[in-house]
Ligand binder design. Sequence first.
Ligand code: FE
Length: 208
Amino acid sequence: MIALTLRPLPYPTNALEPYLGRETVELHYEKHHAGYLKKLEELIEGTPRQHESLERILQSADGTVFDQAAQVWNHDFYWRSMHPQGGGAPRLGLAAAIDASFGSFDALRSVFLKAGGALFGSGWLWLVAERGELAVVTTADADLPLRHGSVPLLTADLWEHAYYLEYRNERAAYLEAFFDRLANWDFAAANWSEAASSSALRRAGGRR
Ligand code: FE
């Protein structure tokens, strides 16, 4: 469960250089991410939601409260979707699942980059688990896969604030760096095995 707090970044703000610089990460984390949390706290203060978990708010809120809450969740997940020694190829179970769902890791890369380039405006690019398979989806603005019944495994922020200082309008170049140099496949693999075991449990009538 992600509490209504700004979790520390999992690495120093310069750790993703040269692909994402210190200034980008600091602005993104300290101004954008922290700003969404601050607005959310202001919106729910004194309301019945002030003691709810972030997940509960995401499941039941609409409008501005949902947007701010979703952006808090999305950014927390985004930071963990990257790693200073990211990129490379996924291992073991996730690698097999990628082959089964996309044909190959290269095919996933093409689908991922194409989908990210095709989203008009701001949003998020996701690798998700859906009905036991992997899929690449985009969501607009603050929207997220949890609202659509799929389980997020990895995400790239497609808002310009995520990449503008390094890449200007070249979203494709940012996404290539994300996929090839920053993607945290161990994080995605852990999310995939959790999703796979919970859907196996559900099929068996068990409970998590
Ligand atoms: Fe962002």
